[in-house]
Design a protein around this ligand. Structure first.
Ligand SMILES: [Zn+2]
Length: 448
């Protein structure tokens, strides 16, 4: 269906951060086709279905650059032992939880944050999944759950040697299968919502031959890898002990790095390692809430950005809503540096410009801008500016207003997914009830 959105304030997210009033946005099929004076477009597109935004803010949907949908079932979960460090957080919580997932719980673990994403204006997710006892077809389960909403996503399976060679082999196979499936779909439909990366856990749980194999699959299929890099110093310590190399040096030598590869976190990187990330044009995803929650330190986003590394922002499973991480990033770096002036431009760029660029690099699709030819991923926010709104002060409005404002309408790939805050054709309560049922059995396996 073709749409014409009228009666809105448009934040285009172009280079000038243009704000348009008295304009309408035409959507033809899956893409934005024209932005122009409202009366002209109403006449020109008389057959289009009108969406009256009632004065709301129209902006591009947000991109989450690093997410773990499977973290859903950690909510309310009791640990048997209090972890004393990051390695123990992985051992006592995440590696036990992912092992307890079965096919059905993978599906519901993705459906729950998918709903939340749509409600908070996140239209694209770059997900990183682990379920070592339910690997085959797990990415299809996530895709199916996200398809309930029509979310756009790049998926991958977290390969690791931590669960033995069989699990590692199956993980590589699942990535390869899903990469080929998405490539096939994309061939027949360039607007296909799903794409794939090659998922890897982290250097310290990956053998040399696994990295070599992963790198080969990624290279042959022209995909990037999605891997945790120096989230904690344990990655450096165990990689040096086991493999006699620094993490980034090792990943570079194995040809894992590159312009389509996402290195999540990059906290404990040394100067030569930053050089390597910059030389290979590797993407970095910053996840401030998760980093603070795990007490693993802070990425020096200023140094990374100064080196022209493409740095984006993700939630690392902390929430499906991106705004809490954006606001945390704004506070964390000021607090850490003792300088209340830092971070304003960097975090704005990471959120609005870099995350869509990251998605374009890994998937080939243009999102994140209200411009002709870009994907029609558009949200209408209940934000009626109480102070003058200009292209110069837009970030202040976003950080302290839009971040808290309810999203009324979410359109993805030209399809209205949510309107008047209602997701049509979706029984949210029933999904939550099924998820709770799954959680009970997941928690039982977790504790046994
Ligand atoms: Zn992560």
């Amino acid at each position: 269906m073709n749409l014409l959105i009228t009666n809105c304030i448009i934040f285009t997210n172009d280079e000038k951060n243009s704000i348009l009033k008295g304009h309408a946005v035409a959507i033809a099929g899956t893409a934005i086709s024209e932005i122009g004076p409202e009366q002209d477009l109403i006449q020109k597109y008389a057959s289009y279905k009108i969406v009256d935004a009632a004065g709301r803010l129209l902006m591009p949907g947000l991109v989450n650059a690093h997410m773990h949908s499977y973290s859903t079932f950690a909510r309310g979960l009791a640990l048997q032992q209090a972890p004393q460090n990051f390695h123990e957080i992985l051992q006592f919580l995440w590696w036990r939880l992912d092992s307890a997932l079965d096919e059905k719980s993978v599906y519901y673990s993705a459906a729950v944050p998918a709903i939340s994403a749509v409600k908070h204006g996140v239209t694209t997710i770059i997900d990183h999944h682990a379920s070592p006892n339910a690997i085959d077809g797990s990415l299809d389960q996530i895709e199916e759950a996200m398809s309930l909403l029509g979310l756009r996503a790049t998926l991958c399976y977290e390969v690791s040697d931590r669960d033995g060679p069989e699990s590692c082999k199956n993980g590589l196979r699942e990535n390869e299968r899903y990469i080929r499936k998405c490539a096939g779909m994309r061939k027949s439909n360039e607007d296909h919502l799903y794409s794939a990366m090659l998922g890897l856990h982290a250097s310290f749980t990956l053998a040399d031959e696994t990295l070599a194999h992963a790198s080969e699959i990624a290279r042959v299929n022209d995909r990037g890898c999605h891997i945790h890099v120096l989230e904690d110093s344990v990655d450096d310590q165990l990689t040096r002990e086991e493999f006699g190399s620094g993490v980034v040096q090792r990943l570079a030598a194995q040809e894992i790095l590159g312009p389509k590869t996402i290195a999540a976190h990059a906290i404990h990187v040394t100067a030569p390692e930053i050089d390597l990330l910059a030389e290979t044009d590797t993407i970095v995803a910053h996840n401030p809430q998760s980093n603070m929650n795990n007490a693993v330190g802070r990425a020096d986003i200023f140094e990374l950005i100064a080196r022209d590394i493409l740095v984006g922002i993700g939630t690392d499973g902390m929430s499906a809503d991106l705004w809490p991480d954006i606001r945390t990033a704004n506070l964390l770096h000021k607090h850490h540096t003792g300088d209340s002036n830092v971070g304003w431009n960097e975090i704005q760029a990471m959120t609005l410009k870099n995350n869509p660029r990251i998605y374009e690099r890994v998937s080939g699709q243009k999102v994140g801008r209200i411009a002709a030819g870009h994907a029609a991923d558009v949200i209408l926010v209940d934000y009626f500016p109480p102070t003058p709104l200009t292209r110069e002060n837009i970030w202040g409005h976003f950080l302290f207003g839009v971040a808290d404002a309810p999203v009324d309408t979410t359109i993805i790939n030209g399809r209205i997914v949510m309107q008047n805050k209602e997701i049509a054709g979706l029984d949210e309560e029933s999904i939550a009830a099924h998820a709770t049922e799954c959680a009970e059995s997941v928690w039982q396996r977790f504790s046994s």
